[in-house]
Design a protein around this ligand. Structure first.
Ligand SMILES: [Zn+2]
Length: 476
């Protein structure tokens, strides 16, 4: 579970500056709290199917090293507070057994030339409540619960969990931490010192948390070894219990999803001899229609349907019944969908769906935004102040079917909205310039709609329900 690293969004009075200071141990130069690409989790694997190992006795006594804690198994008493000690040379606190083991691990890593930094250890119920409330306010409850624990359910409250990092904070509390020296070392060696990686990749629907390559749980060496040897992918599987809230999984159970592990061509048929419809950026969540053919999956992404190679999909979860009706439903909702809404908080507009994406700008609270397309996992594509991006729907209200006055004329009546054709496979980016993130690649020969914004040779365009910037060099 992570702590916010820095905040762009001004905080309401409920969190004092002093409190925030304690919440921000790293204080980096970066923008708003960055989550990882794992924000687009396929929450669709049913918990039961992920649980294969026969039930073991589950320790609920929080003072025991093998206490089991997750969303379904909160600490009891809720406000349990262990006796902790400061980890040698840090302000991070752990139970003494965990602190001793941790120091041993740090020493061993140092011998290998790897320098582990303790980022966060014991957190009290009250501190966890502050964190959780903070995240809920910024991201909404659904996302907050994937990156932060509801107070009383955090492993950090046991004094047996620690978040680790590199000395230079490289990829701190981000999925890319896994590829840093410390990330690699702990993944390989932590169990020897009694720690296990608690929230592994691809197990989000079981653990209920995004992949956290930095979060380690102390179990003691013998249990850690037994866990490792069992081959279980999660502690939930090891004990044979459900993890994440059934609420999360049941609602979407029938909907198939998967995630792209590379920039992936969606083609008109199953096989590379078929035409490329669009390139789905890496790390995106796609919807599976249920059709599969010689290793290729039919998927929906960005309002297109086509085929992708299964080699580049992870977290594949096929729908329980192929949903043919989905598209007509989508179309219907599109036609009746709201065209504008108001922000209920200072709200980050991001380059994509999810907090893993770059903040384009922060929209002040109470502003009207134009909704430019369909909602996706709770996020809306919006236009504000000449910029386009995505915002969490949690902080929008007053949805209205009429577009805001100023923008509506420009967008609706089309004297200004002209179209151009791409003369090459052309990257659409989140801003005007190649330093911006690629939103998608528009195939050569496609028609794009110009929004009317132009900046140093780049045009803002709409294509396939996305809005972004392309170099004017490749438009005719
Ligand atoms: Zn953690």
């Amino acid at each position: 579970m992570k702590q916010p690293r820095a905040l762009k969004v001004p905080l309401a009075a409920t969190i004092s500056a002093a409190l925030m200071a304690t919440l921000l141990p790293l204080a980096p130069a970066n923008a708003a709290p960055t989550a990882t690409s794992t924000t687009e989790i396929a929450q669709t694997v049913s918990v039961d199917s992920a649980v294969q190992i026969a039930a073991k006795k589950i320790q609920r006594n929080p003072s025991k090293t093998d206490v089991f804690v997750n969303k379904k198994y909160p600490l009891s008493p809720k406000k349990y507070a262990p006796k902790t000690v400061a980890v040698k040379g840090t302000n991070v606190r752990l139970k003494s057994s965990a602190a001793t083991a941790y120091s041993k691990m740090v020493k061993a890593a140092a011998k290998d030339g790897v320098h582990i930094r303790a980022v966060s250890g014991y957190r009290s119920y009250a501190r966890q409540a502050e964190l959780y409330n903070y995240y809920t306010r910024i991201y909404g409850q659904s996302y907050a619960s994937k990156i932060s624990a509801v107070p009383g359910t955090s492993e950090h409250q046991t004094g047996l969990a620690i978040d680790v990092g590199n000395r230079n904070s490289e990829c701190g509390l981000q999925a890319c931490f896994a590829n840093t020296p410390v990330g690699k070392w702990v993944a390989k060696n932590a169990h020897k010192y009694g720690f296990i990686l608690r929230y592994p990749k691809g197990q989000e629907s079981v653990t209920g948390y995004s992949y956290e390559p930095w979060h380690f749980r102390y179990l003691g060496t013998s249990l850690a070894k037994s866990y490792k040897n069992s081959g279980a992918k999660t502690l939930e599987a090891y004990y044979g219990v459900a993890g994440s809230k059934s609420k999360d999984t049941s609602t979407k159970k029938s909907k198939g999803t998967a995630k792209t592990t590379a920039n992936l061509n969606m083609r008109s048929g199953a096989g590379t001899n078929n035409r490329v419809l669009l390139t789905i950026p890496r790390g995106k969540s796609v919807q599976l229609t249920g059709s599969k053919k010689s290793g290729w999956y039919e998927v929906r992404y960005s309002s297109k349907t086509g085929w992708v190679s299964g080699k580049y999909l992870s977290n594949v979860s096929m729908p329980s019944t192929p949903k043919k009706k989905e598209s007509s439903k989508d179309n219907k909702s599109k036609s009746t969908q709201a065209k504008s809404a108001k922000t209920t908080a200072n709200l980050n507009m991001r380059a994509g769906v999810g907090t893993g994406h770059r903040v384009v700008l922060t929209i002040p609270r109470g502003k009207q935004v134009t909704i430019t397309g369909s909602k996706k996992s709770g996020w809306y594509p919006v236009k504000y102040s000449g910029k386009s991006g995505w915002v969490s729907g949690q902080y929008l209200n007053n949805f209205s079917n009429s577009a805001p006055k100023s923008n509506s004329q420009k967008q609706k009546s089309s004297p200004k909205s002209s179209t151009k054709k791409t003369v090459a496979n052309l990257n659409m980016r989140s801003g005007a310039g190649t330093n911006h993130r690629v939103v998608l690649t528009i195939p050569k020969g496609k028609k794009v709609t110009l929004t009317g914004s132009k900046k140093s040779g780049w045009y803002e365009v709409k294509y396939s329900s996305k809005t972004g910037w392309v170099s004017g060099k490749y438009l005719r």
